[in-house]
Design a protein around this ligand. Structure first.
Ligand code: ATP
Ligand code: MG
Length: 580
């Protein structure tokens, strides 16, 4: 592509709306353009990247035996009622009406549609197993769309769905996808890690997320420093020290104006570990739950939602607390004042022999409280987030660390959830009808592309991994008026096209500074700079974007072979997994 004939518009200024580097760089480099909150247009450079990522995904899915289809984006509401998600999915689901006032949704995911297709055609165990996938635009009305393509409302996803006759066979389909995902993210040049994930309200069996490691990631991951254990913090567990403390007598004490657990413990000279704090939430149906965790622990909202079978939890406002008969700052499990509220304690509280807890009365707490002796609760569950330094539950030796990541892919054993709800059945070997065992497997195409930018950039711009770069090579001619230089550049440009090297040729009549800045910003991995001085000595300057100060002067006749080799070297580097 000749720059002068392209549609590349770079921006000098940082973009205010961008809270993370990759979003800023994609906007500044002219890759994407915002249409509305969480809704973006892909400009030519951006679309090239999207196509590259899609092609890698497609090649690996095909190699794993999955079959590409393209399902409708608009889906009838009836299917969602059949699966039960018309009510469960909440506000993320974009609902629309046609001219006859019939309800439809713009698909956020396609379990319903694919199950509906499969049950029409696959009737026998002989048809199984198979895996259907598509690469398609989804819509989710996210609460907080942000970070450009990372959390959009309209975004491109690869979604695949496997169908099997039994659980063992489903496990094999899942492993095939797992392997394909490793290949995909490796080929995209990402440093990533797969982690155990929460199976959420779907309640399936196994689930893993693929995380691109980045300090700006929205997900938090717990990893062991000694073994391969890694899990989303929503799922992670740990071995904690279990100092039970001495048994004490239950005693009601005055704690004037001491509302936070920190203040109360300081005042009573107690360790925060030996206290229980209350957190009160309501779910999507308005049902209220009171969770108790240790004073210095953090309630994990996803674990809490799972313990209650809720889709979403929202903290009660002060007013709502009052209405529910609870005394803010003094809520405790002894004589809990509202029987309609479900009380759930973190399982760590069972280990403590004496706890400071609220007395459900202004300015009073109890000390010496013990679960199962002084109070009961409706349920005990794992509610807390693991902390750094706690011991790994797998190897029982290593220390746990918390790091951040961007979830780019998710694989999930669904089991019978959709096939049962939607009556998708086949005849097994014995002539008996059975529901399909299903798995689902997603990859955010745009999120993956942007995660690569988040991981590979410097103060000047993007450093694309070669496999997903909009072009592999850029030629910059620093003086497009010089006829000898221009005809040389034209020649190597044509030769590269002949060799099927993807090349951007900046032959604009612009100042060198502008061209070099644009080149740094756009981030094409291999660059050839043709400048007057070196050209007079029959040389050109070749460098890699990632080592832009390490320039090689190459003989003008050797350039093509040199570039071909460099290109091969960069692709070969992607053969090794950068899992960390
Ligand atoms: P998240 O927890 O980030 O909301 P999710 O669990 O809702 O993700 P899935 O339903 O598993 O995501 O979707 C599969 C993949 O689609 C995700 O791994 C992610 O890469 C991508 N994805 C999900 N939501 C978005 C979004 N709003 N914008 C861009 N990509 C997304
Ligand atoms: Mg989501």
């Amino acid at each position: 592509m000749r720059y002068s004939q392209s549609f590349i518009y770079t921006l000098k200024e940082d973009q205010k709306e961008a809270a993370i580097i990759s979003h800023n760089l994609l906007l500044r480099g002219g890759f994407i353009s915002k249409l509305a909150s969480g809704i973006y247009n892909y400009l030519p450079l951006g679309l090239k990247v999207i196509k590259k990522v899609s092609n890698i995904v497609r090649e690996e899915m095909d190699a794993a035996g999955a079959l590409e289809i393209l399902m409708a984006a608009i889906q009838p509401a009836e299917l969602w009622m059949e699966s039960g998600r018309w009510n469960d999915y909440g506000k993320e689901l974009l609902r629309i009406k046609d001219r006859k006032e019939s309800d439809f949704v713009f698909g956020p995911t396609h379990e319903e549609v694919v199950t509906d297709i499969v049950k029409k055609y696959a009737k026998s165990y002989k048809d199984l197993p198979f895996n259907l996938y598509q690469i398609q635009t989804k819509f989710r009305d996210e609460l907080r769309p942000r970070f450009g393509l990372m959390r959009g409302r309209e975004f491109i996803m690869k979604d695949a769905y496997s169908f099997d006759a039994d659980e063992d066979s489903m496990d094999i389909s899942y492993l095939k996808m797992r392997e394909a995902y490793y290949n995909i993210f490796r080929r995209c040049g990402l440093a990533f890690r797969s982690v155990e994930a929460d199976t959420g309200s779907i309640g399936g069996k196994d689930s893993e997320e693929f995380m691109v490691l980045s300090s700006t990631g929205e997900d938090e991951i717990v990893v062991c420093d000694a073994c391969e254990y890694s899990a989303n913090v929503e799922r992670a567990e740990s071995i904690t020290e279990d100092d039970a403390g001495s048994e004490e007598k239950l005693e009601k004490v005055e704690t004037p104006n001491k509302q936070t657990i920190k203040n109360v413990c300081e005042f009573l000279n107690a360790d925060e570990k030996f206290s229980a704090k209350a957190l009160v939430y309501k779910n999507e149906e308005g049902k209220i739950f009171c969770f108790f965790v240790e004073g210095d622990d953090e309630l994990n909202e996803i674990k809490a939602a799972r313990a209650t079978g809720s889709v979403e939890l929202e903290m009660l406002s002060d007013e709502e607390l009052k209405k529910a008969g609870l005394t803010k700052g003094y809520i405790g499990p002894i004589n809990f004042p509202n029987k309609d509220i479900e009380v759930i304690c973190d399982k760590r509280l069972e280990n403590r022999n004496n706890l400071v807890v609220g007395a459900n009365e202004e300015n009073y707490h109890y000390k010496g409280a013990k679960l199962h002796r002084d109070f009961e609760c409706d349920k005990i569950a794992d509610l807390r987030s693991v902390k750094e330094g706690e011991v790994c539950p797998k190897c029982e030796k290593g220390k746990l660390k918390r790091i951040r990541g961007i979830e780019v892919g998710h694989i999930f054993k669904l089991g019978l959830k959709y096939s049962q709800a939607m009556n998708a059945l086949f005849l097994d070997k014995n002539g008996k009808t059975q529901p399909f065992y299903m798995g689902c497997y997603g990859i955010g195409i745009g999120r993956t592309a942007q995660a690569a930018v988040e991981q590979n950039n410097d103060e000047k711009g993007i450093i694309w991994p070669i496999s997903i770069a909009p072009f592999e090579v850029e030629i910059v001619s620093l003086d497009s008026k010089d006829i000898a230089m221009s005809s040389y550049c034209d020649m190597i440009y044509d030769d590269m096209i002949y060799r099927e090297i993807e090349v951007l040729y900046d032959e604009r009549d612009e100042r060198a500074g502008i061209k070099l800045n644009d080149m740094d910003l756009i981030g094409i991995p291999i660059r050839i700079v043709v400048g007057k001085k070196s050209f007079q000595n029959n040389k050109v300057e070749i460098s890699l974007r990632r080592e832009k100060d390490k320039k090689e002067l190459i003989d003008i006749d050797a350039v093509l072979d040199y570039i071909t080799e460099l290109r091969e070297k960069l692709y070969a580097e992607l053969e090794t997994i950068r899992e960390v």
